[in-house]
Design a protein around this ligand. Sequence first.
Ligand code: ACO
Length: 311
Amino acid sequence: EDVAGQAYFDRVIAEDSRIEPRDWMPAAYRKTLTRQVSQHAHSEIIGMQPEANWITRAPSLKRKAILMAKVQDEAGHGLYLYSAAETLGTPRDVLNQQLLDGKAKYSSIFNYPARTWADMGAIGWLVDGAAIANQVPLCRASYGPYGRAMVRICKEESFHQRQGFEILLELSNGTPAQKQMAQDAVNRFYAPALMMFGPPDDDSPNSKQSMAWNIKRFSNDELRQRFVGMIAEQVKVLGLTLPDPELHYDEAAGRWIHKDLDWQEFKDVISGKGPCNAQRMARRREAHENGTWVREAARAYAQKQAAKRAA
Ligand code: ACO
């Protein structure tokens, strides 16, 4: 036990200041951050799949270019976050192996299928919208590299959300069939997007400690509340509805009331039994195998450079 280290850490947290990679930190703080940041990175990488499937089917060259840029941004976010996670001491190939072995989680949302072009709109508006609501407070996370990575990621996510909103707006103002397609996408993504914030507070084992450490700034339910309030207004501009007749603001309680979510479905999805888990993991493993030659070439190059330096 490092008494001076612990005192320094406690002071930094009490001052709402930042812990940096070389600072002393409790083993549990390191562990929970490695878990959260690596899961976040895995989510960005797996999250490329539902949208990548639609690049070839985007309805115009412009839409294709926008979608490609968006999917590339997600790859960038993943790389950023793996770098932030590595500063905590676990190498990236170890983190990646945890994902490939099915030991590390990634966001539940990416285990749902993207069936129509309108789903690109719903994913941008709802999924990236939920991601922003969750991630803006993470810009103030006590661990420096994570908080700083979040700043750029949130800026890009804002663009993603707007492009999704705009896809839905255009479809909603299109033919009746297009409007129906937009409504159907919103219907399917609404509840899974609300589940992205994680289990209810009384069933969230990590929240209390993560909030005490200034990693999380708001609880899962608080952020879900905030998000549902935002989309309740935005959906009116879209001329669509949310599949939640119970949704309303309770003035007396000062909070949004939404329908009960199916937490059994959530548990199934995060334990590998969602509609697309097997497909997503198979694709990720395949992509990893296809990249073997790149890793081998990089290794050979590094060895050659090291030998040159030694000579
Ligand atoms: N999908 C998959 N797993 C989840 C989800 C979810 N939507 N929500 C919670 N979990 C997992 C947690 O990772 C935790 O698992 P573990 O302890 O076995 O590792 C378990 O369920 C219990 O949940 P909590 O105690 O509430 O966990 P935590 O305090 O980590 O809160 C949260 C979960 C809010 C997702 C937090 O980790 C977080 O803010 N992460 C960063 C954001 C992120 O990962 N976003 C990815 C999706 S958005 C995108 O990338 C486009």
